[in-house]
Design a protein around this ligand. Structure first.
Ligand SMILES: CC(C)(COP(=O)(O)OP(=O)(O)OC[C@H]1O[C@@H](n2cnc3c(N)ncnc32)[C@H](O)[C@@H]1OP(=O)(O)O)[C@@H](O)C(=O)NCCC(=O)NCCS
Length: 150
C-alpha cells in the first residue's frame, strides 16, 4: 500500500483548518464549537513550533488523507486523529496509528505510552483502538485507551 506519514509543515495550516471544522471531527471532539480561522492560525503555529507536540499527515497514494497529532506531557502522548471524510471506511486509522509508533521511534520521541481519549458515542474510534490492542479504561465522561511502548 502506498501509505506513509510525513511531519506537518506550515503549508498544512489551511488543510488542518478544513479538517478541524469537519462535522464528525467537531462532534467527536471534547470542545465541539466551530473553530474560527484566526484562532486556528494561532493554535497551529503554537503546535507546530512546540517541542511537546508532533503533527503528522497521512499520505495515501500521494494524497493527504488524514492527520495524527500527539501532545506529550510527562512521557505520555495524548493522540488526536482524524481521517478525511473522502477516505473513511477503509481502515486507514489503524495503519496510521501503527505508522505513528514507527515515527515515535524514528524521531526519538521520548514517551512511555500512547493515550487516546474517546467519547462513548464514537464507536468507530473505539474499534480502532481496540483492534490495535490498546488497554481500555472506562472513565466517567470518556473512554481512555492506553498502550505502553516497549
Ligand atoms: C474515527 C475515524 C478516524 C475512523 O476512520 P477510519 O479509519 O476510516 O475508520 P473505519 O471507517 O475504517 O472504521 C473503523 C471501524 O469502526 C467501524 N465503524 C465505523 N463507523 C462506525 C459506526 N458509526 N458505528 C459502528 N462502527 C463503526 C468500522 O466498521 C470499522 O470496524 P472494523 O475494524 O471492525 O471493520 C473517522 O471516523 C474520523 O475521522 N472521525 C472524526 C474524528 C474522530 O472521531 N477522531 C477520533 C477522536 S478519538
Amino acid at each position: 500500500m502506498d501509505i506513509a506519514l510525513k511531519m506537518a509543515s506550515k503549508q498544512d495550516c489551511d488543510l488542518l483548518f478544513d479538517w478541524a471544522n469537519d462535522k464528525a471531527v467537531r462532534e467527536n471532539s471534547f470542545s465541539s464549537h466551530k473553530i474560527l480561522y484566526e484562532d486556528h492560525i494561532k493554535w497551529f503555529n503554537d503546535k507546530i513550533n512546540s517541542n511537546k507536540c508532533f503533527v503528522f499527515i497521512l499520505k495515501f497514494k500521494g494524497n493527504s488523507a488524514g492527520l495524527v497529532r500527539i501532545d506529550v506531557e510527562d512521557k505520555k502522548a495524548i493522540i488526536s486523529y482524524s481521517i478525511d471524510k473522502n477516505y473513511r471506511g477503509r481502515g486507514l486509522s489503524k495503519v496510521m496509528l501503527d505508522l505513528l509508533e514507527t515515527e515515535v521511534v524514528n524521531n526519538k520521541i521520548s514517551i512511555n505510552n500512547l493515550i487516546g481519549l474517546v467519547k462513548f458515542e464514537n464507536v468507530a474510534s473505539q474499534k480502532v483502538f481496540e483492534s490495535l490492542k490498546y488497554n481500555k479504561i472506562i472513565c466517567n465522561e470518556f473512554l481512555e485507551y492506553e498502550k505502553y511502548l516497549e
